[in-house]
Design a protein around this ligand. Structure first.
Ligand code: AMP
Length: 114
């Protein structure tokens, strides 16, 4: 069984977090250590550890993550100027929390990623 992370506690509201959006599939909350003026994490409510664990049955959840990212970008007024979506996977990808999550970063011109 995969190990639940701190994100499950946020989703279940067992710990404080600045939740911007929640529905039956996903939750979005502000990153505790923002790397940009706007830094939001969009996570599935169920535990999928990383992109390697993604299965056909998760299609709807993954689609919802993009829909929510676009909705929050608009809400935070960064949609026109733009933003970056990042999903890290495992050690080389820099993943620290092993509950798949999409970073939504914006609010300033971001530097090159590569
Ligand atoms: P990653 O390196 O892709 O696994 O990103 C994990 C992100 O989770 C980091 O940007 C952390 O700042 C963020 N994070 C860790 N704990 C919390 C928390 N309790 N609330 C909000 N964000 C968190």
């Amino acid at each position: 069984m995969a190990q639940e992370t701190i994100f499950s506690k946020i989703i279940n509201r067992e710990i404080e977090s600045d939740i911007l959006y929640q529905d039956v599939l996903v939750t979005a909350f502000r990153d505790i250590l923002p790397k940009a003026p706007i830094h939001v994490l969009i996570v599935p409510n169920i535990l999928i550890q990383n992109v390697n664990q993604v299965k056909q049955e998760h299609e709807m959840i993954l689609g919802r993550m993009f829909i929510v990212a676009a909705r929050i970008a608009k809400q935070e007024k960064i949609d026109k100027k733009g933003y970056r979506l990042i999903i890290n996977c495992n050690e080389h990808g820099g993943q620290e929390v092993h509950h798949i999550h999409m970073h939504l970063l914006g609010g300033k011109k971001l530097g090159p990623i590569l």
